[in-house]
Design a protein around this ligand. Sequence first.
Ligand code: SAH
Ligand code: SF4
Length: 369
Amino acid sequence: MTTRYDIRRADLADLLSDQPAYRVDQIWDGLYRNLAAPGAMTNLPKDLRLILEELLPAALHPVSESTSDRGSTVKSLWALADGRLIETVLMHYADRSTVCISSQAGCAMGCGFCATGQMGFERHLTVGEIVEQVVTAAQRARPRRLGNVVFMGMGEPLANFDNVWTAVQRLHDDVGIGARHITVSTVGLVPGIDRIAAAGLPVNLAVSLHAANDVKRDELVPINRRYPLGELAAACQRYVRATRRRLSIEWAMIDGVNDGPDDAAELAAFALPLRAHVNLIPLNPTEGWPTAPSPRPTIDAFRDELGHRGVNVTIRHNRGTDIDAACGQLRSRFSRAATPNAAIDAAGSQLHARFPPIALSAPARRLPH
Ligand code: SAH
Ligand code: SF4
């Protein structure tokens, strides 16, 4: 099924071949500039609007929404057409907003501390499923501007490279979000990092490091066995040279695991040659992994140790912890029910009112003039 943000412009033109030529521009602008659903495109004849709603359905069906930090963090759980569940987090700041989006349902990378990793892999998201997360967030953010898009929700974006990159290009070319306002976060898939470096659209790259010696990282981040730190550092160097962007390194602070002075020394040795910026994030505890976040004084000492060694470092406040807004966590709460549909049922009757029946395929129809 082609959803409204999956369809390519050329295919839209084919679909509208019996319409006046300007319709393609009208609808493309409606979708990407005005962020409007076809049914709300009042510059189109009503019959056409109705048919487009049917032929080009939405990809995302709301299941639940929760807010925290006095309304400034909004977490949405969406069902896809096949019942898979994904999540998006929208964070509001004074005059702009940032959206954290998913690139896959589940994730195959198996990082033990991560709620998404604990679920395993379900499937890649399509281009439309990725783009629509941003579009709904931009609508929702109004009157604030959607300033930044970060691929830090569910999934490993570079494992779904083709769809993620087509979505990035749409966000850049059609929605008008600048490359410096888009951040791809990766667990360290070297071929994907090289593809970004070669792509000519210099998005920001965040590497989720969490350990800077191979023995420890093999444990924490199993994909390290395939792309060990030496190879990862070399790929990061190539990215920095090609894009002239500052790299960021994400480091979840895990009590007694990666928060000692030796860890700081290893991290500094990795980060300094890359001139990377390090973000320290207190671990969000998950049910499937019995460890705790580092205590605040330990995090402060770790930051100071990095600072003394000349590393650029900040401690990142974890938004929305009280609504499970960390990677994968709202979704995992729902998934305690056995199947996606059961999970949806578990959300109660109010949900059913908001959850439209899912159109699996639209009948072939001719478009009215
Ligand atoms: N797969 C990509 C992007 C999604 S995860 C990646 O790993 O980079 C987004 C970020 O959340 C990553 O930095 C990841 O390491 C971090 N993360 C996952 N689980 C976490 C947890 N329980 N506490 C803190 N950060 C977590
Ligand atoms: Fe996947 Fe990223 Fe979670 Fe690792 S941290 S399991 S790569 S989503």
